[in-house]
Design a binder for this molecule. Structure first.
Ligand code: ADP
Ligand code: MG
Length: 258
């Protein structure tokens, strides 16, 4: 049997402090190969904490996470950095692009870090530019393009090195609804065509309706899961219903962490 792309085994995260805070409590799920999983939950429910653990940016207090069979706790900090660079791709709400570089330079970053030859980098970057429909802005600087173009560039950068798992934290959080729809269709295509695994945190029910299934967390616990059937519209409605049941689905303020 194939190794799951992602295994989250009974993971808890306690932030120590004057008053220790249990941000995640015994969270367990797997993502099978090629799956597009959504994670939803009220503000403060632990979504970003979960992504940080999966990204090996932070360590669980207990429990275990495996990515393509590799246990994250077995990695030293250098190996964890390599895993982030080679095996993972990231898409963020605030894009995290380098403003003074051009679109194509930003996309090339993950390949440049790997020491791949300029010729091969150029060919691969062009391929991704075409695919995301941004070839015409390849030479523009990030500070001269729109939000939708920035998120396309960020997605291009996240897939250019063919990662096994793409992590997205509120990828449509700063986009209008039309641009959100375009970005979600691109992520859906990447998932389908590359069989790339995607794990996406979102507040946006419409964005979540592009997933195969959505996990809901509340107060650090997985509390529900909805699987998409054949109708996206029905799935969307069920996501909305679950959101209002759980309450507190307001957007994080843009100034809050992660
Ligand atoms: N580094 C940290 N130190 C202490 N508490 C934290 C830290 N990061 C997050 N928290 C707390 O953990 C809880 C979950 O936060 P977070 O994972 O950011 O939730 P979400 O992304 O769902 O809004 C919140 O109560 C938050 O205040
Ligand atoms: Mg968050």
């Amino acid at each position: 049997m194939a190794v799951p792309a992602l295994e989250v085994r009974y993971v808890s995260k306690v932030y120590e402090g004057k008053v220790p805070h249990r941000a995640l409590d015994n969270v367990a799920f797997d993502a099978e190969d090629g799956e597009f999983t959504g994670v939803m939950g009220p503000s403060g429910s632990g979504k970003t904490s979960l992504l940080n653990l999966i990204a090996a940016i932070d360590e669980p207090t207990s429990g275990e996470i495996r990515i393509a069979g590799t246990a994250l706790h077995s990695l030293g900090s250098h190996e964890a950095a390599l895993l982030r660079r080679r095996t993972l791709g990231f898409v963020f709400q605030h894009f995290h692009l380098l403003d003074t570089l051009t679109v194509e330079e930003n996309i090339a970053v993950p390949l440049t870090l790997e020491g791949i030859s300029p010729g091969r980098i150029g060919a691969r970057v062009r391929e991704v530019l075409e695919r995301l429909g941004i070839a015409d802005i390849a030479e523009r600087r990030i500070d001269a393009i729109s939000g939708g173009q920035m998120q396309r560039t960020a997605i291009a950068r996240a897939i250019v090195h063919r990662p096994a798992l793409i992590l997205a934290d509120e990828p449509t959080g700063n986009l209008d609804s039309r641009t959100s729809g375009e970005v979600m269709r691109l992520l859906e295509a990447v998932n389908r065509e590359d069989r790339a695994n995607l794990l996406m945190v979102t507040h946006d029910a419409l964005a979540a309706s592009f997933c195969h299934r959505v996990l809901f967390i509340k107060d650090g616990r997985l509390c529900n899961e909805i699987v998409r059937g054949s109708h996206r519209q029905t799935f969307y409605q069920r996501i909305l219903d679950m959101q209002s049941l759980l309450g507190g689905e307001r957007r994080d303020l843009p100034t809050t962490r992660g």
